[in-house]
Design a protein around this ligand. Structure first.
Ligand SMILES: C[S@@+](CC[C@H](N)C(=O)[O-])C[C@H]1O[C@@H](n2cnc3c(N)ncnc32)[C@H](O)[C@@H]1O
Length: 298
């Protein structure tokens, strides 16, 4: 994945493009709308002209001196309820949010394809997939569209409602998806007590977050407990695991090491690890955006 060239653009068939990066910013096209957002990792100069960047319809900036928390300046009126963009057979609603997100993490696109591919390889075998920290459901939709029974957990009711909407927009409303608004850890521990098991787990923990009752998630001091919770709810013969992060210091090797340490099935099978990225169509550079570790049983 990390050797991909722009000629082999993994984001083909996606109504999203990273138009340019540089000077700590990124210029992105989400369907018909264009935005400028911070990209602290883009330490090189921009490729496109000022005129191209000026076509941006909104700019998000962090509050001065901070790398979280910020505000949008919108230069045009945008559709109040968002708009739709397509990725292969999936449709997502997108719109700027208070956190500076647009409702999708495009660097995950290769992982969505990987999930679909894993499930295809199982030739119709029915498996249970858990998507923890599921946000607006892109991975849930990928798994459901490829035939899995999915449980989607997120602490935010708004994100879960958005994910449900995405499932409907994709014409997948009849697929077996359970929606859970809960603290990830609490829910997984409850599933363990109930004896419920999963054949695949997709996990994208944030650096910091809160459960619906204010439960604190902090990746540095909760990850070990979280991995134990994963081990406890894995079925006897799990099929795949996808572990991604965007937290500084949590590299691909760290993710793999945690899986090897806590998840017994990972002693056999195959790993792929690397850096997530988004191809910048102007410069041909790949914008780094977090890490992944993927494991398959066969
Ligand atoms: C990095 S996003 C996940 C992105 C998603 N996997 C994707 O690719 O679209 C983190 C998500 O974790 C959720 N979250 C934060 N703390 C949580 C907690 N304690 N329990 C459950 N979900 C939590 C947030 O609401 C947010 O939707």
């Amino acid at each position: 994945m990390s050797n991909s060239s722009p000629q082999n653009n993994p984001l083909e068939d996606f109504e999203y493009q990273l138009l340019d990066t540089g000077s700590f910013q990124k210029l992105e096209q989400f369907g018909p709308h264009r935005f400028t957002r911070p990209a602290p990792q883009a330490i090189w100069p921009k490729s496109l002209s000022k005129e191209e960047w000026k076509k941006s319809e909104g700019e998000y900036n962090y509050f001065k001196g901070k790398e979280t928390g910020g505000e949008w300046k919108l230069f045009k009126k945008l559709p109040q309820d968002g708009w739709e963009i397509k990725f292969h057979n999936l449709t997502f609603k997108v719109q700027p949010t208070g956190f500076g997100h647009i409702g999708l993490f495009p660097e995950q696109a290769l992982n969505w394809l990987w999930i679909m591919d894993r499930l295809k390889q199982l030739n119709g075998k029915k498996i249970k997939v858990l998507n923890v920290f599921g946000y607006t459901g892109a991975s849930t939709l990928a798994a459901a569209s490829a035939g899995a029974e999915v449980t989607h957990i997120d602490a935010s009711k708004g994100s879960v409602t958005w994910a449900k909407k995405n499932l409907e927009l994709s014409g997948l409303a009849e697929k077996p998806v359970r929606w859970i608004v809960d603290d990830a850890m609490k829910y997984m521990q409850r599933e363990h007590r109930r004896g419920n098991k999963y054949d695949a787990i997709i996990m994208d923990p944030p650096s910091f977050g809160r459960g619906p009752k204010g439960e604190v998630w902090n990746i540095e001091n909760k990850l070990s407990e979280f991995m134990e919770a994963c081990q406890n709810i894995l079925s006897d013969s799990p099929e795949f695991l996808l572990f991604t992060t965007h937290s500084p210091g949590f590299s691909a090797l760290t993710l793999k090491n945690m899986m090897l340490t806590y998840l017994s099935p990972c002693q056999t099978g195959k790993f792929e690890t690397g850096e997530m990225f988004i191809p910048d169509v102007s410069s041909g550079l790949n914008l780094p955006n977090g890490f992944y570790a993927r494991w398959v049983a066969h």
